[in-house]
Design a binder for this molecule. Sequence first.
Ligand code: WT7
Length: 629
Amino acid sequence: MRIKNLQEYHEAYSLSVEKPEQFWADIANEFDWIKPFTKVLDWSFDDYSVKWFEDGQMNITANALDRHLKTIPDQAAMVYEPNEPGDEAITLTYRQLHARVCKFSNVLKAQGVTKGDRVCIYMPMIPELAIAVLACARIGAIHSVVFGGFSAQSISDRINDSQCKLVITTDGAVRGNKTIPMKETVDDALVSCPCVETVIVKTRTQTPVSMVKGRDLWWEEEEMQASDVCTPEAMNAEDPLFILYTSGSTGKPKGVVHTCGGYMVYTAYTFANVFQYNPGDVFFCTADIGWITGHSYLVYGPLLNGAISVLFEGIPTYPDAGRFWDIIKRHQVNIFYTAPTAIRSLMGFGDEFLVGKDLSSLRVLGSVGEPINVEAWQWYDEKIGKGNCPIVDTWWQTETGGLMISPIAGITPLKPAFATLPLPGVQPILVDENGKEIEGNGVNGNLCIKYPWPSIIRTTYGDHERCKTTYFSTYPGLYFTGDGCMRDEDGYYRITGRVDDVMNISGHRIGTAEVENAINMHTGVIESAVVGFPHDVKGQGIYAYVICEHPTINDELTRKDILATVARVIGPIAKPDKIQFVTGLPKTRSGKIMRRILRKVAEGEFGSLGDTSTLLDPSVVDSIIKGAL
Ligand code: WT7
């Protein structure tokens, strides 16, 4: 399964294209199957359906935990670094993690959770979050992790969309010097979630919380009574493993569904290869488990490989901007995986936070979530990697489940800001607006994938049509990523950013329509239009043009109220960076907002607005420009 040099990469790649079924079957057979598969792949991108290893039975936790009990029971599986640097780090060995997952599996079972039931998890980055995820997987319940920064409204939308019957949360969370309520937010969400029967609450902050009789239970009390023996449920490879909501160009986030077998094979394979993980290495992924990066490369990928995975509760700037470097020293981290936004932010604090930090344990660096600019790439390379660590710029998406275009550490020759080459099994293709393939090198186009890989999205929960139209209808017969991409003279890929109405704010995906809907909920707002604009640290910032019913009495106050509304409806991450009050929006005669113009104004490029003659009222543009100056 492990590629050791460039020639092996090319060989693996060729085999994966010429004989994909043989290629993936060989890798899949390295895992423990309860019932071996006989069929490898069945697929159609026209009437979308993909099935990998469909008649095989397995359980991902049997592979991520039980399998290692024979070989490395007392090796660390997870190292928890708490928010407070002075607090003791907690290590869970494979034996300990296995026991705690089994116990919590039994807790869930005792509450009547069975195979196929949906469970919502809304927790901070503590070991119990990983335990809750794995316990669901063990009993065949479908986990739906909601990032701890989302609002009550967002939680209830997600719970109702997938009809979760149980929620797991904590009393509160600590992030930097802030204490954040969790249970209270869940309580607010549950006012409109009749499907939820049970809430399990882990103590973290000792914040007083209300516990509803007959519904709410304490994690500690339930775990204490539970047995640590739990046979993993036999799952069909194509049974759903989890749902993870992500934003698109429409207002409502969609539940991306991944299934057990293909996701296991692909995350394990890509983790081992891209990061060139060696037994005993310490791997530190800074992403929250609430995002796909945390699912695939903090929990599943590393554990499937018997790796040591660091789980960090806090933020990169607490107690100061040297925190990541202290953690690297403290836990002797060998592989460090973070986002460009974090790199740029830490860069901005200056090199003084690097003075005296011992980063000599590092061997491989990774980047994920958004395009990394050359300046940040070089700083990462020189200041963190000391010119000695390959940087893997990994391009992928919630929908792809695992890394797609990425260097293989130490093997693929690098180019700053390039995701470089497709991994084995990934067949990218660039197309023009009309879906015509753009061949050759030194070209730009829309990035599509033309053949299924094992962890491709299977459906959007409860609405397969939506999955088909979102990903497989723009360019028939192809999976459309929503990203623009260039392929240079050497055939290297560089992702240039989204070409749809999705923004990438600090590596988080937020739909423009979602933010507009939230702003429009504010009293007095008639209409709004949201676009992304280049932001030094966040990659993109959010720029909102807002039309109010009456001229506002106090612009500053109204701005703050709108921010509060957005934070309440979606969460603080969706708050606009700039709000401009306008009296009209540039619309075509058919009523479509010309975002191209709004984007240009947000970028400060007033001179090159292009053709505005098709606008219903071209004078709107002048007044918007005046307001922006
Ligand atoms: C979008 C997916 C799965 C990674 C976490 C974000 C952008 C992701 C890169 C990269 C340039 C990147 C794309 C993609 N993106 N990685 N290495 N270089 N852009 O997952 O929330 O599903 O967002 O993030 O635009 O479509 P996500």
